[in-house]
Design a binder for this molecule. Structure first.
Ligand code: IMP
Ligand code: MG
Length: 201
């Protein structure tokens, strides 16, 4: 547990300036250093597998917005292969929800995946509905392969039983924020992954 920089919201340092995300964090689960190190390892593993696809391989990364933006920005820079990036936008935790309310796809799915190798990238695997739905929809478009990569996976049956080729960290079944993950659209800019104080929920 690290609360090194947490300042109470009415401390002298915080008076008169915009509120800080760290104030609402109860516990840091994964530090920025741990995230960076694991992404380097994941990137090396994925890059090795992409190389196995051979010289003619066409690769498309499909990040699921909004939660994966920071993860994919770091991950893609660990991958030296030529590739396209084609985002999809999905919402399953609308507003202040802290459990999945069903997956809603807003916007288009990538059209040009036929004959290509697809890597879906998401922030967290929870009920598994998002990854399963996106994988099924993409499969209909006749890609050569579809794999999935998540930064976090909750240690619950639904997540563990969802097929996912690359997983950054297995975490306890808690609602987490930071490094792209939000609560009510906030806390995405927290550089670590952490749990919120009860009063912030
Ligand atoms: P699933 O479809 O239930 O696997 O949920 C996946 C999506 O729900 C993720 O892409 C996140 O956007 C969101 N989500 C699931 N768990 C959490 C959490 O603990 N914090 C923030 N967002 C979450
Ligand atoms: Mg998401």
């Amino acid at each position: 547990m690290s609360r090194g920089n947490v300042k109470s919201s009415d401390s002298p340092e915080s008076r008169g300036r915009a509120p800080r995300v760290s104030v609402d964090v109860d516990r840091v689960l994964i530090s920025r250093e741990q995230i960076a190190e694991r992404i380097r390892e994941l990137g090396a593993e994925i890059a090795r597998d992409l190389d196995q696809l051979g010289p003619g391989a066409e690769i498309v990364l499909v990040p699921i917005l909004t939660g994966s933006i920071i993860f994919v920005a770091d991950l893609i820079r660990e991958l030296p292969q030529k590739m396209r990036l084609d985002v999809v936008t999905v919402s399953s935790y609308p507003g202040k929800a802290t459990s999945s309310q069903g997956v809603t796809l807003s916007g288009m799915l990538p059209e040009h995946v036929a004959g290509k190798h697809v890597l879906i990238v998401d922030d967290i695997l929870d009920s598994g509905k998002t990854i399963r739905m996106i994988r099924e929809e993409l499969m209909k478009r006749k890609p050569l392969s579809v794999r999935a990569c998540v930064l976090l996976r909750k240690q619950i049956d639904s997540a563990m039983q969802t097929s996912c080729e690359y997983v950054g960290f297995d975490i306890p079944d808690e609602f987490v924020v930071g490094y792209g993950l939000d609560y009510d659209h906030y806390y995405r800019n927290l550089p670590e992954v952490g749990c919120l104080r009860r009063e912030a929920l």
